[in-house]
Design a protein around this ligand. Sequence first.
Ligand SMILES: Cc1cc2nc3c(=O)[nH]c(=O)nc-3n(C[C@H](O)[C@H](O)[C@H](O)COP(=O)(O)OP(=O)(O)OC[C@H]3O[C@@H](n4cnc5c(N)ncnc54)[C@H](O)[C@@H]3O)c2cc1C
Length: 405
Amino acid sequence: MKVRCCIVGGGPAGMMLGYLLGRAGIDVVVLEKHADFFRDFRGDTVHPSTLQVMDELGLIDGFLKLPHQRLQKMDGLFGGTPVRIADLGRLHTKYPFIAFMPQWDFLNFLREAGRRFAQLKVMMSTEAVDLIRRGETVAGVRARTPDGFIDIEADLTVACDGRHSMVRERAGLAVEEIGAPMDVLWFRAGRRPEETESLFARIEPGKMMVTFDRGDYWQCAYVIAKGQYEAVKARGLSALLDDVVRMAPILRSGIAEVKSFDDIKLLTVAINRLTRWTQPGLLCIGDAAHAMSPVGGVGVNLAVQDAVATANLLADKLEHGCPSENELDAVRRRREFPVKMTQAMQVIVQNNIIRGALQGGDQPLKVPLIVRLITALPWLQGIPARLIALGVRPEHVHSRAAPGS
Ligand SMILES: Cc1cc2nc3c(=O)[nH]c(=O)nc-3n(C[C@H](O)[C@H](O)[C@H](O)COP(=O)(O)OP(=O)(O)OC[C@H]3O[C@@H](n4cnc5c(N)ncnc54)[C@H](O)[C@@H]3O)c2cc1C
């Protein structure tokens, strides 16, 4: 098989880039190793920056018809003191809310919307297992399909295969690790219609958790100190669930849905980034180029922003063949600043709020000055809202739509 662009990985970065290149009339294939998008929970926050992109693509009306919940005000309890972390209602943007939607719905929607582009092919159950090289140049991938192996030759290969990227590992690209003091346990608790609460984050000495109202269930994220999952397991499930309910009494009845540790997904938090995102014939974007901390829930949106920037910078050039490595590197030059700024802010939150809270101790928790200021001065609530909702240097769709698409 021979294509102009082969995208490895059908997550938010890969599916959005596939859509944009297909829309521009570029011969593109997206390889996704799973048979469908319906699998482990992987983050389901669609931020205003992504909603804006969907609007610019003319997809927003259909998209917002899919079941979702909206979050505008981020309220928390910090050592028992109510705080407000952000108010997206203060933003001058068309979609001033976070839409919570299962990631598989988002990806399925993009896939369905992209079916009208004759140049876009999505191959499910197709796992890239190695790079094809022509001298120093990456010339495509070898992939495993249910019918056997296939070589896909491509002028450009884009790694969108996530934080454990096979492509970047085979390419030998160096990863700069920044580190994080915590891991996160994700699980669902049942929710009855009468159970409502606007609280989103809770911080107590030694403990921290986040709950999102997802209609018929609560999506919960319980933060633990880095590497402590085995110790949590050794204490036993009921000790963990008791801690959870003590922090969030609203979960008392629904927590029964967590029946074993199999119902809990461990997110080993990593913050890292590639120093070089390219090789001749190869570009990495999304988590494959930079894994983000869950702080702010921005990973999906940065992946989408990378895809938009890649299409803006490269779609026209791809019409004539593979862009030079310098041209490919324009994506890193454009996106590295937002990535570094976002990661720097995540590190500040981790070091100044999360690390201290997880250390515990007998002293009551003091609300950090910055959080007190944001809570007391509502006009300040727009600043974290802007950083979370729109991020640094938001991207807009400039790549062309081929005639008829
Ligand atoms: C438990 C958890 C909770 C999270 N919560 C949030 C959140 O609330 N908000 C948020 O914004 N972010 C969250 N994230 C992070 C977010 O999911 C990622 O930042 C985002 O999905 C990155 O998108 P991506 O397209 O770069 O990579 P991914 O979403 O990781 O997609 C990579 C895709 O490539 C496929 N793939 C991998 N290897 C191959 C291969 N060799 N061949 C073919 N296909 C391959 C994978 O199956 C996957 O579909 C969470 C992550 C986890 C794990």
